[in-house]
Design a protein around this ligand. Structure first.
Ligand SMILES: [Cu+2]
Length: 254
C-alpha cells in the first residue's frame, strides 16, 4: 500500500514480490519512527519551554523509557538488516543458478554507457585484452580467440529471454557505476577491477528501464539503458542481427 503511494514501478521479476514486501515493511517502520520522533520533538519543545525552565538543564531527559525505546528501534533495524535484507541479497549474488539453466551476460559500465557482452551459441565468453580496446571493440575482444568468434556486444540494450534466469557479471571500465533495474527489483554496484554476479528471472515480456545507480560524473543521466524481455525467437533474431554486424567476415564465409 505504501509502496504504491510512493510510486513503485510494476514488478517484472520472479523474486520481486519478496523485495516489495521488505520495502513495504521498511516504509511502515520508517513512518512510525518518523511520527514517533516528531511527537517526541514537539513534546520536548513544550516540556522544556523557557517560561517553565528559565535556567538551562545540562542533563537532558532522564528515565529508562527513552533508553528502552532506543534499544527497541536498534533491535528492529538489526533484525530487518540481518534477518531479511542480507539473506535476500545473498540469494541474488551468491546462490547464482548454474550455467545450463541461466543465460550469462557481462554488464560493463563506462562513462557514460553500458556494454552488454553475450557468449553467443557456444556459451563461452571470448578472451579480452586491453590491447584490443577501440571505439568499435569497447570490451577489447581478442579477434583471434575461437571462443570469441560468436560473441556479440550490445550498447545500452540488454536483451534477455522471458522466464529464463539471467546472471549478469557486472564490472566497470573506469569509475563506480551501478546496474539498477527497478522493474526487476534489483541493483548492484559496478566496481572497476571486480566482476560481481547478480541474477534475476524476468517473468513479463516488455521493455524496462536500466539506470545507473551511482552518481558517476557529468554524463551520469545519459547512462539510461533498457532491458528487453523477449521470447526465444525475438532473442535469436537480435543475436543474429548483431552477429552479422559485428562479424561480417564470418557471415560472408557462410
Ligand atoms: Cu554510471
Amino acid at each position: 500500500m505504501l509502496n504504491n503511494l510512493l510510486g513503485i514501478v510494476s514488478n517484472a521479476s520472479e523474486h520481486g514480490r519478496v523485495v516489495e514486501h521488505m520495502l513495504e515493511m521498511c516504509h511502515w517502520f520508517m513512518l512510525i519512527l518518523g511520527a514517533g520522533w516528531g511527537a517526541f520533538f514537539l513534546l520536548s519543545v513544550y516540556k522544556f519551554r523557557s517560561s517553565k525552565n528559565p535556567k538551562a538543564d545540562y542533563h537532558g531527559v532522564k528515565g529508562s523509557v527513552y533508553t528502552h525505546g532506543e534499544v527497541t528501534v536498534i533491535l528492529i533495524e538489526a533484525s530487518l538488516l540481518l534477518g531479511f535484507a542480507l539473506p535476500m541479497w545473498g540469494r541474488r549474488v551468491v546462490e547464482v543458478p548454474n550455467q545450463a539453466e541461466a543465460m550469462r551476460v557481462r554488464a560493463v559500465g563506462e562513462q557514460y554507457a553500458w556494454n552488454f557482452h553475450y557468449t553467443g551459441a557456444d556459451g563461452v565468453f571470448g578472451k579480452q585484452s586491453l590491447d584490443f580496446v577501440t571505439a568499435s571493440n569497447p570490451l577489447g575482444l581478442d579477434p583471434a580467440d575461437e571462443a570469441g568468434k560468436d560473441d556479440i556486444v550490445s550498447k545500452n540494450e540488454l536483451h534477455v529471454i522471458n522466464q529464463r534466469p539471467v546472471v549478469l557479471e557486472i564490472s566497470s571500465k573506469d569509475v563506480i557505476h551501478a546496474v539498477s533495474i527497478p522493474h526487476m527489483r534489483i541493483a548492484q554496484d559496478a566496481i572497476p577491477g571486480t566482476k560481481i554476479p547478480m541474477w534475476f528471472r524476468p517473468i513479463k515480456a516488455g521493455k524496462y528501464e536500466i539506470v545507473c545507480g551511482q552518481l558517476c560524473g557529468a554524463g551520469h543521466y545519459a547512462m539510461r539503458s533498457h532491458v528487453l524481455v523477449e521470447n526465444q525467437e525475438e532473442f535469436d533474431a537480435f543475436q543474429k542481427e548483431l552477429f552479422q554486424m559485428q562479424h561480417p567476415a564470418a557471415t560472408a564465409a557462410k
